[in-house]
Ligand binder design. Structure first.
Ligand SMILES: *Cc1c(COP(=O)(O)O)cnc(C)c1O
Length: 397
């Protein structure tokens, strides 16, 4: 008899042979600007911890205090016995921070998209999605039975075309949902949410934005993309985000109307059927909002470093694409060169991951850098020098 699990080793081997397996690096300590990774002290240049909050003393103290007062686990899913005062307080504070009627916190951003999207649309509905949307959106859409139409990346005439086509079939669609990432994580460009909201309004569609990479970065005090474009909440119906990036902790969330939140928590299967956040997580997320509200310097510093880094890299002659955010891709072309550049940078003390096919097109391999507000000026200079040295050695410059 053939071993029924033989495919496990075979498929893994194929990944290794094509160099598309994940070689995991090990972080031996906090995600700070200077990290210990695989025994080397390096500058962290690819974490989503934009503001350095994952190691901020106020968040750490809040988490420790919550362990003392509430323990390490919530004991249940929220609808049964795992709904703590900390969870409720976090949602109140988040709604206030976002200037929304209500907010709801999920276990993760992935759980938010995969739990909520299939409830917003189903059989007889249409989802209209940017071609570069995040995998959790794609999975959420797959879990729904809705039809889907993809428009070209941030291409508004193409979105309009898709919506106009849907309009012709209008009587056959119950609802239409337009869904987009706010900031696209591979290129660092920003979705034209103002125009998407306008088109949605004209065509009677719901608008859902996944702002995972915009929060803590865009808008007034890091309030995100809806604030960045000064949009009204009756034009952007679901503002989704995560506590796992700039907020420095973990957890997904949505903000919008009270009826959105009431609907979402009663219907999302991920929310209903999976344990709620441990008390230290909820408390640390609360502290992160507090820090954003009271320490404006982190977001300011993030942008200052971002502008300096981009202009230095452009000055050196690197192709840094069309990014408008602290995500700066360093485009090098083929996958092998991107991997070599990453290895060389690591040896020079900078940790920045290569992004290669199939994550991006074959000739668009890159090093993706993400700025961190906690870097010093000296750290930034060191990183730029390392890029210059490695770039010249590998004849990218
Ligand atoms: C990271 C990310 C998510 C997933 O968020 P988690 O909270 O880490 O599960 C969802 N959408 C986008 C666009 C992301 O970048």
């Amino acid at each position: 008899m053939r071993d029924p699990t033989a495919f496990l080793a075979e498929e893994y081997r194929q990944l290794v042979d094509s160099a598309t397996d994940w070689k995991l690096r090990v972080l031996e300590g906090p995600s700070a600007p200077w990290c210990e990774i695989d025994g080397r002290r390096v500058l962290m240049f690819c974490s989503n911890n934009y503001l350095g909050l994952s190691n901020h003393p106020k968040l750490k103290e809040a988490a420790i205090a919550a362990v003392r007062s509430h323990g390490v686990g919530s004991g249940s899913v929220r609808p049964i016995a795992g709904n703590m005062d900390l969870h409720m307080e976090l949602e109140r504070r988040l709604a206030r921070f976002k200037g929304a009627e209500a907010s709801l916190v999920y276990q993760s951003g992935f759980a938010t998209n995969s739990g909520l999207i299939p409830q917003l649309v189903g059989e007889g509905d249409l989802v209209v999605s940017d071609e570069l949307n995040h995998g959790s959106i794609i999975d959420g859409v797959r879990l729904s039975r809705a039809e889907r139409a993809v428009y070209r990346h941030t291409d508004m005439p193409d979105l309009e075309r898709v919506l106009a086509t849907a309009e012709e079939h209008r009587p056959t669609y119950r609802r239409v949902l337009i869904i987009t990432d706010g900031v696209f994580s591979m290129d660092g460009d920003i979705a034209p949410l103002d125009r998407i909201a306008e088109l949605g309004h004209r065509h009677g569609a719901m608008v859902y934005v996944d702002d995972a990479h915009g929060e803590g970065v865009l808008g007034d005090g890091g309030r995100g993309i809806v604030s960045h474009f000064h949009l009204s909440r009756d034009r952007v119906h679901v503002e989704m985000g995560t506590f796992s990036k700039a907020f420095g902790v973990v957890g997904g969330h949505i903000s919008g109307s009270r009826s959105l939140v009431d609907f979402a928590y009663n219907k999302s299967r991920t929310w209903l059927l999976s344990g709620s956040h441990p008390p230290p997580v909820a408390a640390a997320c609360l502290a992160a909002i507090d820090v954003l509200e009271h320490e404006a310097e982190h977001v300011r510093r993030l942008w200052e470093l971002t502008h300096r880094f981009k202009s230095a890299m452009r000055g050196l002659g690197f192709d840094i694409g069309q990014s408008e955010t602290p995500i700066t891709p360093i485009l090098v072309g083929d996958s092998r060169r991107a991997k070599e550049l990453s290895e060389r940078l690591f040896a020079l003390g900078v940790f920045a991951l290569p992004i290669v096919f199939p994550m991006v097109a074959k000739d668009r391999a890159r090093i993706r850098t993400i700025m961190n507000a906690a870097l010093t000026d000296d750290d930034l200079h060191l990183a730029i020098s390392a890029f210059e040295k490695a770039g010249r050695e590998l004849r990218i410059l």
